[in-house]
Design a protein around this ligand. Structure first.
Ligand code: GLU
Length: 475
């Protein structure tokens, strides 16, 4: 195991491995199994030409498959001008642990395309995406059975629809073609609640944390989420939904939002929906009337608050700024926002970190529900909904008959309403996030060698992965 702090900040990939090493040392995994679990199974790098405005441009993309102990391997595809292989491998590894911690029976994978999406129009993006999909499919890195991408930074429903359609044309005989990617538009094989799933997952993770008084106390806080002061970095899909739900539904106060071009602060609380609207209109958070603007957004990570939610990119909290972080707790909505060096510093300073592999697992959890919906070719709840309604009505009638009094309307309404797809998705996600946290905290409390939630998370994940390696054997 490497030392906790080095002068050189490890790369993202090294950072993930070092965190995993720490968990493996705590649980005493043998060297062979450790190497088998940690190594990246395959990485595809493609370079392909696309003619853009009369000129041929070469694009570079990757798809890393970290593990195949469960299939398909799962994970998003990001479009970004800074992507590289180290990052893709680190993110693929994180997917392996993430799936294991929330009991999603998939291996880990991740992809990236080196591109600045703002430089291309819609039709060009479609052409590039379809060509990338062709490369991935032909090389065996995309199919409903073996490798299923999803949205990530810079991609969304639109890209997933193009990918599914391209795959369908290549494999019309595949009855499950629509399950080749998740995060699709709802009218195109997607599932209700997938867009906001990662943000919802962050909310459910925090709700579960705050149900455990001892854990809240260990983070130097008390009470529930109500009134907690939150700083959030990134108002993209994940950050926006997390901030919106936590403030509108749990009464938390968003006191600062950090974006690419600066940060906005208001200790009384920022109206997330209004800020999001402002951002959509003006493409910046500058001049937002409801808050003060600060040019140096990065510095606002150091703002005093209860919960800091980095929901942007990796490596935001490093050895350099970790000593100045004043949050009591960090909930990692992004992948890898805290480096290994920073993690050591924050642990020593008593800052509680809810780790990425758990906090942002809501996305892949709902992707799993979507994939199941796709391969079973039926909308969740389609068979049960009316049946449940009938049962509810019978129940109400029975109560009325035996008690002789009328069931109040609000009760009648809730017991006679069958669950629709969104209800089921939310219930499945909530249950998943609760159970995973309960497992993580049990490990932290019961195992002496485990001293922080991240290590406990990895211990839980690695135990499951090691068991499946043991069951199937290594060949
Ligand atoms: N890109 C998301 C993540 O990092 C979702 C992956 C998926 O749904 O497969 O977890």
């Amino acid at each position: 195991m490497a030392s906790t702090q080095t002068d050189r900040e490890p790369t993202f990939r090294e950072s993930v491995d070092l965190m995993v090493d720490r968990a493996m040392a705590a649980m005493g995994v043998d060297k062979g199994t450790a190497t088998a679990i940690k190594s990246c199974n395959a990485v595809l790098k493609v370079q392909f030409p696309v003619k853009i405005r009369g000129k041929t441009e070469i694009f570079t993309g990757w798809r890393a498959v970290h593990s195949t102990h469960r299939l398909p391997a799962k994970g998003g595809i990001r479009y970004a001008p800074y992507a590289d292989q180290d990052e893709v491998e680190a993110l693929a590894a994180l997917m392996t642990y993430k799936c294991a911690i929330v009991d999603v029976p998939f291996g880990g994978s991740k992809g990236a395309l080196l591109i600045d999406p703002s430089r291309y129009d819609r039709d060009e993006m479609e052409m590039i995406t379809r060509r990338f999909t062709l490369e991935l499919t032909r090389k065996g890195f995309l199919s409903p059975a073996t490798n299923v991408p999803a949205p990530d930074v810079g991609t969304g429903q639109r890209e997933m629809a193009w990918m599914a359609d391209t795959y369908k044309h290549l494999h019309p005989e595949d009855i499950n073609y629509i399950a080749c990617v998740t995060g699709k538009p709802v009218h195109h094989g997607g599932i209700q609640g997938r867009v906001e799933a990662t943000g919802r997952g962050v909310q459910y993770a925090l709700r579960e944390f705050f149900r455990h008084g001892e854990d809240v106390k260990a983070a130097n806080m008390s009470g529930g989420l109500e009134g907690k002061r939150i700083v959030i970095q990134g108002l993209g899909n994940v950050g926006y939904h997390a901030a919106k739900f936590l403030s509108e539904e749990d009464g938390a106060r968003i006191i600062a939002v950090i974006e690419r071009d600066g940060a906005v602060l208001n200790d009384k609380g920022i109206q997330v929906e209004e800020l999001h609207q402002h951002m959509r209109e003006h493409r910046t958070i500058r001049n937002f009337p409801g808050a003060a603007f600060v040019e140096d957004g990065h510095k606002v990570l150091e703002q005093e608050c209860d919960i800091l939610i980095p929901a942007a990119l990796e490596g935001q909290i490093s050895q350099e700024n970790a000593p100045r972080i004043k949050a009591k707790m960090i909930a990692e909505a992004a992948n890898g926002p805290v480096t290994y060096g920073a993690d050591g510093i924050l642990n020593k300073r008593g800052v509680v970190i809810l780790p990425d592999a758990y906090v942002n697992a809501g996305g892949v959890t709902v992707s799993y529900f979507e994939w199941i919906r796709n391969i079973s070719h039926i909308r969740l709840g389609r068979m049960q909904r009316r049946h449940d309604e009938l049962r509810g009505r019978q129940m109400a009638a029975m109560v009325e008959e035996t008690t002789g009094s009328r069931v109040p309307d609000h009760f009648r309404e809730s017991i006679t309403r069958g669950a629709n797809e969104l209800d089921l998705v939310r219930s499945g996600l909530d249950d998943t996030m609760r159970l995973a946290y309960q497992e993580i905290r049990r490990i932290l409390r019961e195992e002496d060698a485990v001293c922080d939630l991240r290590t406990a998370t990895y211990v839980a994940a690695i135990r499951k992965i090691a068991r499946s390696y043991l069951d199937i054997g290594i060949y």
